[in-house]
Design a protein around this ligand. Sequence first.
Ligand SMILES: [Zn+2]
Length: 267
Amino acid sequence: MELTDSQIQRYSRQIILNEVGGKGQKKLGKAKILLIGAGGLGSPSALYLAAAGIGTIGLVDGDVVDLSNLQRQVMHSTATLGKPKVESGRKTLSAINPEITINTYHQLVDADNILPLISQYDIVLDGSDNFSTRFLVNDACFFAKKTLISASMFRFEGQLTTIKPHEGYPCYRCLYPEPPPAGLVPNCQEAGVLGVLAGTMGILQASEAIKEVLGIGETIANKLVIYDALDMKFRKVSRPKDPACPLCGPNPKIKDLNMNYTVSCTI
Ligand SMILES: [Zn+2]
């Protein structure tokens, strides 16, 4: 499929980049990216992925828009309070770019529904706010051989990494073998977060996703990026493969999704 005149105009500022070009733009148009969570991280990523012309964007989220979300969840607005986040998101994204396909799933992901869902996409962005989902998404992407771009945040600090063990890189459990004990680390909901930090981390996820689609630049699949907003410092630390990893190691303990992923948030 050739780019139309209006597509050439819409994407001209990125098509003129040698690393993108018309060929790269067509790759973006064919790409299918699933966003787990249409909240603080998912909102900014979705806006930029839609604007960049990612052909198919999937939004999964079981929540409705709440007034306390609007401080950081910039895909939603006062006008969509009380509406499912995925519907509010669809409205915003299709207003930015009516040429792309937006699939919405007003549900939580669980061990039964996640594999059929991610199998329809090339890349998954994890923007969930709890450990149960985070580990479930990692394990599901491992079994489905999908590239996962994971970001998380706590107060003024964010973390970012790309996970693609199917290309020989470490998985999430190489870094964090198990979820922390209940109550040790609070969820974002309880802990407080600087809204603009969610923006930074979500946009970095979108940037890494676009790089993975185009196959350009340096992957962070063996790195962990740590961003401290207060000190304005980015650190990139190496994230090696764990030979004793319970998921991607030679003697894995985890062989399917039939485990209890529920992490209680109460102490
Ligand atoms: Zn691993």
